[in-house]
Design a protein around this ligand. Sequence first.
Ligand code: G
Ligand code: G
Ligand code: MN
Ligand code: NA
Length: 253
Amino acid sequence: LLLENDLRQAINRDELFLVYQGQVDARTGNIVGVEALIRWHHPEKGLLSPATFIPLAEKTGLIFPLGDWVIRTACEQHQEWLKAGLPPIKVSVNLSAQQFLKQDLVQTTANVIRQSGIDPQYLEFEITESMTMDYSYAENVIKELKNLGVGVSMDDFGTGYSSLYYLKRFKIDAIKIDKTFIDDLCRENDDATIVQTMIVMAENLGLRVIAEGVEDRGQLDYLMELGCYFIQGYYFMKPLSGNKFMEEYTNIV
Ligand code: G
Ligand code: G
Ligand code: MN
Ligand code: NA
């Protein structure tokens, strides 16, 4: 209950912030996108990771103002990078199931796009397949987001229970292969087989594939051999503040 009250005030008190993890095209070394990840600088407890407060936010309904803040802040950051001279890069925002299923998501997103001035092709939402949901409603939300020009990717791909059905039903743009499949890619034949199959399937369905949690050269080489070039992981970049990200970007390119 105490933490809930703290979280309620955290937005107004400027205690929440986003960090950004670059996604790299391993063929060129260019950054092709970033994922926005929320953090909370708690006045007493220090830095808190989303694993400690997103479930609480979901339970209490605070996920709605918090989620709106994330979308807005990520879009504003994109625009600031542009003003500072960076080329436009896609920014991905994680959505909780409740946010995705809330009636005003599309309207809120349209408002943020208009107010921030972001070109919507550079905004993408990450949804997870573990959401239990009304499929025809979800299908419609994705359609409306696409009408706005916003992309949708499936996060943590392979860990849910209906992933293939989602691919059949929803017009998504990309899958993000979950880190659990990448961890032992070079040691476990089964993991390698599963990853290879995901990549081939995505390719044939015309979806972008991003491998998550790539930490070493061996994993990178293996993924490139399998034809997966979009890489997110500590091997290339850790999540960084907006300013640090810009510095790194300027150094890389
Ligand atoms: O950044 P980190 O690895 O600590 O993130 C842990 C989890 O929190 C991930 O599953 C990630 O998807 C989730 N997460 C990070 N930022 C957000 C956010 O802004 N909104 C939601 N709903 N989840 C987030
Ligand atoms: O669940 P989701 O995919 O949204 O969350 C991604 C999370 O994975 C982020 O919290 C990010 O901090 C974390 N992450 C990204 N790359 C790596 C990595 O290479 N190693 C580890 N251990 N975590 C990573
Ligand atoms: Mn994600
Ligand atoms: Na993931």
